[in-house]
Design a protein around this ligand. Sequence first.
Ligand SMILES: Nc1nc2c(ncn2[C@@H]2O[C@H](COP(=O)(O)OP(=O)(O)OP(=O)(O)O)[C@@H](O)[C@H]2O)c(=O)[nH]1
Ligand SMILES: [Mg+2]
Length: 198
Amino acid sequence: MKVRIRDASFSGVYPHVDMGLPQVAFAGRSNVGKSSLINALLNRKNLVHTSKKPGKTRTVNFYRVESVELAPLYLVDLPGYGYAEAPKTVIEAWRQAISSYLAGAAALRLLVLLVDIRRDIGDHERLLIQLASKTKAGLLVAATKGDKLGHGQRTLRVAELSRQAQAGVVLTSAHDRTGVDDLWDHIASAVRQEGRPR
Ligand SMILES: Nc1nc2c(ncn2[C@@H]2O[C@H](COP(=O)(O)OP(=O)(O)OP(=O)(O)O)[C@@H](O)[C@H]2O)c(=O)[nH]1
Ligand SMILES: [Mg+2]
């Protein structure tokens, strides 16, 4: 669906932020394109800082979004660690930060796990899938940087990632906006679950 953004702004970092609104969090390795994809969803160039240098996002950052189509919600940019083997202490600090947020985020509706379309699901992703399974939030994989591959390869990789993650996969590119409307479909149905009688 097309979502028309009325306003999007940085609200603060966990735990110094009001957690009352429904949340959709974006997780994945450093440099996978989390910040870029959030900017694409919000139709903004650089609200969320992107970088060629991995490790730019170190805190859990909340962005409040107001749109014509949906009730107010937060998009949450989670930190990731680098591709190169990170020291154990770095991985442990990262795991702590993510687990602490996920455990406290009662209003988390969807975790979008970003994976570079050219890479396989690895330890980093498996840990995130496992942490997500302990929450009530749904899980969706976004294959990022789809523009790096030709059409045939893309389709094969999306199927392969879906098999590896055992989850739905949306093909995305922050550069050409592939998948932005699809992602909004998933976000809309996840946040609409809220308030429904169970
Ligand atoms: N070709 C291509 N490059 C992309 C795409 N999305 C992001 N990039 C590039 O990948 C690099 C990392 O992007 P970020 O959005 O900063 O990645 P991140 O996951 O937020 O990284 P950290 O904050 O370090 O964890 C930047 O150089 C982006 O320009 C995409 O869809 N296509
Ligand atoms: Mg980032």
